[in-house]
Design a protein around this ligand. Structure first.
Ligand SMILES: [Zn+2]
Length: 206
């Protein structure tokens, strides 16, 4: 497991989403159960900045405990939201992404916008988590594949459970195209897959 440290803002946005949905007591319980109180106790939230913070393997452990405590249905909206807010944060603070807001990007065809925003977002996530990401497209859609996925590591389910990247890529596409596209996790390591794979539809929602 990776001892790579994540920027504190990643953890902070997950914390914010849990507090908004379930309250501060639930957040405290989660960190106690996970044995990770050093990142959250006495009501002091992790700073919303680039300070090196929780390691990738600790975060995977925190996610597993969150599934155990709150259940799949409880955690799904929280993690989707955390994924979206992480995308919003990085597109303002990360040069690779913020560069896409320029005039040159706006005039690209939609398919090119989608490919570019997916590849840049996946590259950012790959560097953050030190987990290989691959992007490609076929007539069926646009794809992101994660091997050694940090979101579901050590977890088991009968369906895809990587809700944070789902929210992250949904928001990336919405930002790039100003339209809603369907994004599905079509294969998940937690469900016996070889990789975690996200598929973006070719056409926006009606
Ligand atoms: Zn996964």
């Amino acid at each position: 497991m990776s001892q790579q440290q994540l920027p504190s803002s990643v953890l902070r946005l997950v914390c914010d989403s849990i507090i908004e949905n379930l309250g501060e007591k639930s957040l405290r319980m989660l960190f106690v159960q996970a044995g990770l109180q050093r990142y959250y106790q006495n009501g002091v939230l992790p700073p919303n900045d680039d300070t090196p913070s929780i390691t990738v393997s600790e975060l995977s452990h925190l996610f597993n405990i969150a599934f155990q405590i709150f259940g799949d249905r409880g955690i799904k909206p929280i993690f989707l939201r955390a994924g979206r807010s992480n995308m919003q944060h990085f597109r303002e603070h990360n040069k690779t992404l913020s560069a896409l807001a320029g005039a040159a990007f706006k005039v690209l065809p939609t398919d090119a916008k989608i490919k570019l925003v997916l590849s840049r977002s996946a590259k950012l996530a790959e560097e953050l988590f030190q987990a290989p990401h691959r992007t490609y497209d076929t007539p069926e859609g646009f794809f992101v594949e994660i091997s050694e996925c940090p979101y579901c590591a050590g977890n088991h389910a009968d369906h895809g459970i990587c809700y944070i990247p789902l929210g992250f890529y949904q928001e990336a596409i919405r930002w790039a195209t100003s339209e809603e596209y369907r994004v599905d996790e079509t294969e998940c390591i937690a469900n016996g897959g070889a990789v975690c794979r996200f598929q973006v539809s070719r056409k926006p929602n009606e």
